[in-house]
Ligand binder design. Structure first.
Ligand code: AKB
Length: 339
């Protein structure tokens, strides 16, 4: 019971794959990782406890906390934006109730042991909604508190969970304890832009046109891009996403001036992603066939975000700009994957 465990939820997802491999590589041996489906065979050798579990299963989670000294939670489980629009109630149950279950157990652990659990929570650019394309063009680098009136179920869930985390971090049971005696969860959130991985394909997101275009070209599949060529979103490649999660985890709590941080790398248009894809895979068969509803969501998300607070408070800096991401990471790795 004394050994420290890392708990990873949503472990089968894209970020889970990258994070688990990274943590195992740097020597973490005590990792409990679960997804709703049994943990992917590829990941099983890297974790001590591969499980199939749902974040809505409070009894199962309680048992995990009772039987293991969980000191860090990477809470990755989430229904992404496109899927959440098809089943908003399921999204709420998983995205919100699942997060509440975990925060509650972390707070109870601190009440019992006096030791805080570090809770790393990936949020998203989806918390923002910009009213129209003119405002989006003028908005420039959007800060954490700008345009936070999300219009998607997923974005609303993320925003609420950020606030829940802030509550458990600073105000939990504020009427029962003096401010300096309050149990707390060491909650730290970052807002990811669209993510692109060479190893895995995203499922259920609205920024998926970026990775889908490149993977389809590399595997000789036709692709209908569901947004206009001029559509612009911030993106980041998976190695930088993992870097940001572990940097935020390692950051000195005294230096953290906010509970939620933007992180980003580059902001290409869909046309620019098309051009680099075509240059790498000249036979790529890609058409632009915008889907009016998904386009609406992409148009409402910022074209660029301001990550200066993360840079200042925990020295965040991405390793990959667009050029390096494409030429040194994505194209060589994706080529090899489909060779
Ligand atoms: C999605 O498209 O839903 C996600 C996100 C931007 O958080 N990739």
């Amino acid at each position: 019971m004394n050994e420290d465990f890392i708990l990873i939820t949503g472990a089968n997802g894209e970020v889970g794959h990258g994070l688990i491999k990274h943590l195992a590589k740097v020597g973490h041996k005590k990792i409990i990782a679960f997804s709703r489906r049994p943990l992917s065979e590829e990941l099983q050798p890297f974790v001590s406890h591969p499980l199939a579990m749902d974040v809505q299963d409070l009894a199962g989670l309680t048992e995990l906390f009772e039987n293991h000294n969980i000191t860090t939670v990477y809470h990755l489980a989430s229904i992404l934006s496109t899927k959440a629009e098809h089943d908003p109630v399921l999204a709420h149950n998983i995205n919100v109730n699942g997060t509440m279950n975990l925060l509650k157990l972390c707070a109870m652990k601190m009440e019992k042991t006096g030791k805080p659990v570090k809770f790393i929570y990936p949020s998203s650019i989806a918390v923002h909604a910009i009213p129209n394309l003119e405002v989006k063009a003028q908005a420039g680098k959007v800060k954490e508190n700008d345009y936070v009136q999300s219009t998607t179920m997923y974005g609303i869930n993320k925003l609420y969970c950020e606030n829940l985390g802030r509550y458990f971090n600073s105000h939990y049971k504020q009427l029962s304890y003096a401010p300096d005696e309050r149990p707390y969860v060491d909650f730290r959130a970052l807002r990811f832009p669209g993510l692109i991985s060479a190893d895995t394909m995203p499922t259920g997101g609205t920024s998926d046109y970026g990775p889908e275009m490149i993977h389809a070209a590399a595997s000789n599949r036709h692709y209908n891009c569901f947004v206009r060529p001029d559509s612009t979103l911030p993106f980041m490649v998976m190695p930088d996403a993992i870097k940001s999660l572990v940097m935020l985890h390692a950051a000195d709590r005294k230096r953290l001036t906010q509970t939620v941080y933007n992180v980003t790398s580059f902001s290409p248009t869909a046309q620019e992603i098309y051009e680099v894809t075509k240059a790498a895979f000249p036979n790529a068969d890609i058409d632009f066939v915008p889907d009016v509803n998904r386009q609406g969501i992409v148009d409402s998300w910022p074209a660029d975000i301001d990550d200066s607070a993360a840079r200042k408070d925990w020295d965040w800096q991405p390793d990959y700009d667009f050029e390096r991401a494409i030429n040194e990471y994505l194209i060589p790795a994706i080529r090899q994957r489909y060779a």
